[in-house]
Design a protein. Structure first.
Length: 189
């Protein structure tokens, strides 16, 4: 994705054609970020539009010496986190409790992973509880540390680590269940 400085200048001036051009250029990149953090395509589109509006309204704060792509990525992730916090407040704290058990099947995890494609793994990640999904994506996909995640989400570092571990365990269960072609309530929506 190459963004010309002239395009950014035109957007700052409020030129609609330039804004639309920037939208077209950044759409797929921003949407890929939104899909990772939301549970459905409609919500992803909604948040993507909110994030793009924030990008447009804050373009005057963008430092032209810095790369544009990481800057819009940061704006979009912050928008997604803010939306998550709003939903969390709106829906309250939902507690997810599953029977936690150890099984010998975990040794077969490496074999199971070789039979699953990336799309299936994305589907599994999308089935994680919202908080665990957020922490998983921030930690593994976007490279944030637990301290940064805790600050962004307004949780403790310990809670961030717990969500990451819970996400890992649930993903292991989903992968092993997929390998055995056994669908259990453990990972059904």
């Amino acid at each position: 994705m190459t963004i010309q400085p002239e395009l950014i200048s035109s957007c700052i001036k409020g030129e609609r054609k330039a804004e639309y051009e920037l939208y077209k250029i950044t759409y797929s990149y921003l949407m890929s970020i939104c899909i990772r953090y939301t549970r459905n395509a409609d919500k992803a589109k909604e948040v993507q539009n909110m994030g793009f509006l924030k990008i447009l309204t804050n373009l005057n704060k963008y430092d032209a010496n810095a790369p544009f792509k990481p800057w819009i990525r940061r704006v979009m992730i912050n928008t997604l986190i803010n939306e998550y916090k709003k939903e969390k407040i709106h829906y309250g704290n939902i507690m997810y409790v599953e029977d936690y058990y150890e099984t010998e099947q975990y040794s077969a995890l490496n074999d199971a992973i070789t039979k699953i494609n990336a799309d299936q793994i994305y589907e599994f990640i999308a089935k994680l509880p919202p908080a665990s999904q957020q922490v998983f994506n921030l930690y593994f996909v976007d490279g944030y540390k637990h301290k940064e995640i805790a600050e962004l989400l307004g949780i403790s570092e310990g809670t961030s680590k717990w969500h990451l571990n819970a996400a890992r365990e649930k993903l292991k269960g989903m992968i092993l269940g997929y390998d055995q072609k056994v669908k259990t309530p453990f990972y059904e929506k």
